[in-house]
Design a protein around this ligand. Structure first.
Ligand SMILES: Nc1ncnc2c1ncn2[C@@H]1O[C@H](COP(=O)(O)OP(=O)(O)OP(=O)(O)O)[C@@H](O)[C@H]1O
Length: 259
């Protein structure tokens, strides 16, 4: 049985706008295996979010092929193959944390008892036990992001799609969440596709780093990141880590437009 979760062949996406067409993705060829943690990194506008949205069936490609879990993105979406975590936590302020996590489960028609079980389990996974009855605004930014990760996990998807989930957080909180996400990934063995602007974040979390360049959005380099599964933060000072970070930086420089 194939372990490929996401496969794209010559994938293109051109947005038709009022002025002129914008080619957001050009000739994207990518294979992602089950259990991999893949980061998409590149300058603003290189198509990272668009690629994630194509995988999630939120945008339709204009050329090439893509399969998700052996299905079309639409079939994968309907089969709830993925959970999506946005840049901002996107929690409903009038709902408590447990009500926010319950929302997609209610839509799926899952029983109250099962909802309760999943809420408990996933809040424990992100270290938020005891915050069930709080409203989002009573939590810090980092805690809100953890709650939105718990909500994505509660749907029990095979795959997590994460669009710069920690981009708005300060460095210390971000380090802590990176460490927690590494543990979570290790424990759950989920496939993760993660968009980031941060080189250390990409190297610390990933098994594979996809460096993209803009105009049009292309893959410039794909880098294996074999630092083992469990990664203490100190790993960021190791020679191996710095070597991979250097290669990512060189790729970003080569593909960067400074205008
Ligand atoms: N709905 C849309 N209509 C027209 N153009 C779009 C649309 N969505 C994105 N684009 C354009 O496609 C290109 C890629 O955008 P995308 O948001 O995927 O980049 P990104 O790498 O995620 O950027 P950032 O790091 O700033 O989030 C950009 O030039 C953007 O302006």
């Amino acid at each position: 049985m194939s372990n490929t979760v996401i496969s794209t062949k010559n994938l293109d996406l051109t947005f038709q706008t009022a002025d002129s067409p914008v080619q957001a993705l050009s000739d994207i060829n990518l294979e992602i295996e089950k259990g991999e943690f893949v980061s998409l990194i590149g300058p603003s506008g290189c198509g990272k979010t668009t690629l994630l949205r194509v995988i999630a069936d939120l945008e339709q490609p204009t050329g090439g092929e893509i399969s998700v879990n052996g299905m079309t993105p639409e079939q994968a979406r309907l089969a709830r193959a993925y959970g999506y975590v946005f840049q901002a936590a996107a929690l409903y302020p009038w709902r408590t944390i447990e009500q926010n996590i319950a929302l997609p489960l209610e839509v799926m028609g899952i029983s109250k008892a099962e909802q309760k079980k999943r809420i408990e389990q996933n809040l424990a996974l992100v270290d938020l036990t005891g915050f069930e009855k709080k409203h989002p605004w009573q939590l810090s930014g980092g805690m809100q992001q953890r709650a939105s990760i718990a909500r994505a996990l509660a749907v029990e998807p095979d795959m997590l799609l994460m669009d710069e989930p920690f981009g708005a957080l300060d460095e210390i909180v971000r380090d802590h969440l990176n460490e927690q996400l590494n543990k979570l990934w290790h424990r759950t063995q989920k496939t993760v596709v993660f968009v980031t602007h941060s080189i250390p974040e990409a190297v610390y979390l990933s098994t594979k780093i996809v460096v993209m360049s803009p105009r049009p959005g292309k893959i410039y380099d794909i880098i294996d990141c074999d630092l083992g599964d469990e990664r203490p933060l100190e790993i960021r000072e190791s020679a191996k880590f710095l070597k991979i970070a250097h290669r990512v930086r060189e790729g970003l420089k080569a593909g960067h437009a400074y205008d």
